[in-house]
Design a protein around this ligand. Sequence first.
Ligand code: GAL
Length: 711
Amino acid sequence: MNTKAWKESAPGVWRMEIGNPQGITPLSWMGVSPKTDAMRQLPQANPPFAWESIKLEQASDSLILSFPLNHTEKLYGTGLQLLRMNQRGRTRYLRVNSDPKQDTGETHAPVPFYVSDLGYGVWVDTSRIVTLHCGSTQKQEDTHSGEIRDRNTDSAWTATPVASRVEIRIPVEGADVYVLGGPTLSDVVSRYNLFCGGGTLPPKWGLGFWHRVPTLFNEEQVLEEANQFRLHDIPCDVIGLEPGWHSQSYPVTYEWEKTRFPEPERFVKSLEHSGFHVNLWEHPFVSPKSELYAKLQPLSGSHTVWGGLAPDFSLPEAERLYKKQHDEQHVSLGVSGYKLDECDGSELTNHSWMFPGHARFPSGMDGEQMRQIYGLMFQKMTSDLFRSKNRRTYGLVRASNAAASTMPYVLYSDLYDHKQFIRAICNSSFSGLLWTPEVRKAKSAEDWVRRMQTVCFSSLAMLNAWGDGTKPWSFPEVEGIVRHYIKLRMRLLPYLYSAFARYREQGIPPFRAMPFVMSPSEIAQAEAGGSEAGLQILNTTDAAYGKRRVREWDDQYMVGDALLVAPLTEGELEREVLLPPGMWYGLETGEPYSGGRVIRVQAGLESIPVFVKSGSIIPMMPDLPHVPPSGERVTLELVHFGTEPGEELLYDDDGETFDYEKGKCGWWKARVAQKPNGEYIGELIGPDEGLPSYDTVIWRFAQTRLESADS
Ligand code: GAL
């Protein structure tokens, strides 16, 4: 077997080529260069095991690579998992799936990357399906197997004893495997993101509120719906069109339906005039009615979907044709981006919603490989198209894979469980992915408010009314609360934008799960000092650790460094929150809490528990109807919380182009100090040119709660 030794291919990232890897992989398709300077800034650490302890064995139809596991270690990542956060003890069958209802590992984004809470990560770069046995298998020589229990009599029996190794089933042709060093889990993920080119920085308007109108809406109806947002005083930056804008959908033409949109350019411009960007829904399967069909036919796969072609976009000519058509008919008219739907089918769950695994493509790829990276292909092609025009885009995609952190795309799902949607905010952060817990409809006003509160603290705040025709004011009794949170999102834009800039430059996800900010021992200590009431008791057949109380804290997350969000779902009025060490304040209640423990909080419908760290300085702006375009300056409010002095970095640029790559951007340091007489003073230090987006700066010192702009 052709195995070379592990070689350091970037600071803290070791690679080994196993077998004879061939063809397109996520990393090769992305064509990104590692951000080595930033990687060097991270603390360096070897993985906590000896290289010799990694084993490679040949199975009948695959290669099995295995890594040692410590007794208590937890494993996170493996893509957009909706059903659990700690993958220890589970087998993850990483196949793309549009309907991942079962806890098998199948997902919209099957990323074969896991990160351990001991501070290292493992990644297999392949376009094939990888199976990760995350401590779910035991060999005879397993060193952790210990005592065998009798299920008849012993309540501590478990189906999955604590295994001593992760076994990775790699396709027989082999793959490049990477080991990433820490020392902390957060360092590993930053390293992974930086190795893949850093995080994406959306245009500022992408961080405003989004609304997708019902399918089959025509121009007049869309314009009227957009206008209603202004009349209802609800900020909105993006209007998304659903299937009805194509002259045919399922399969699609990518051409405007002229009876509904007689003059697309005038339509796009008129929305632009009122501060809205237009996002277009599409999917990969090209209708015979499309002008592209004849040209793409020889460049497409052996099988069709709904009678539409499945183009092979690994062929440069297919990519060129797609981009040219999209440019001429959408992008050059002012369209701001896409929602790339239906690129995540898998033959067993979706039957005819995808080509089969045995489909052949002209480049030599088969259906399995193409399905695994189809979503990545569309993300890359469309974002390159916008980049070629020096315009940033931001959009939605339903399938992704590894090496996607530079992509300005946010995942979504048709599954609609609010708790799973919150967990996905946590889980996406381990794998270089972004996720929106989009709102569609609700069972009650309470459900509506809770979902709206969550989505306003996510990567993309969106109401997707394509099938239900809902509006933010659909439940009049809670319209005020919904308006309040959409406006709060707008006010937080400078803070969110800076968090994304850190994603781009340092690889730190803007929304991240608790293990990023608390070590295993800090979590254990906080749990030991806190209440036990909320701890889940895991089923013995299901738990890696037997019948023990385990709480994953997969229902709360950090936004940037200063805010901790702990959403509530319908039926809940209180919950437990794991608070990192230090002093914290309820962002809207002003209630002080000392951290390093588990607290119990109550929150009526009018509020979502959000905590702000003492000493933080939150940069904010006015709650305008939409994000101001490049060149328009507004007031910046710097809100300092608590009594401790503090510092915060604020990033700014034109918000729309890639000119930041030519140095047209900057970081400003906001600093709050206290004079001997107790008085606070603030200073904002940064590039001489001044902030591109803000003129006046207002300081607020020693706040314990955010003054509500709408109260
Ligand atoms: C679904 C998608 C929805 C909506 C719909 C339109 O697959 O998830 O958000 O776009 O297609 O047909």
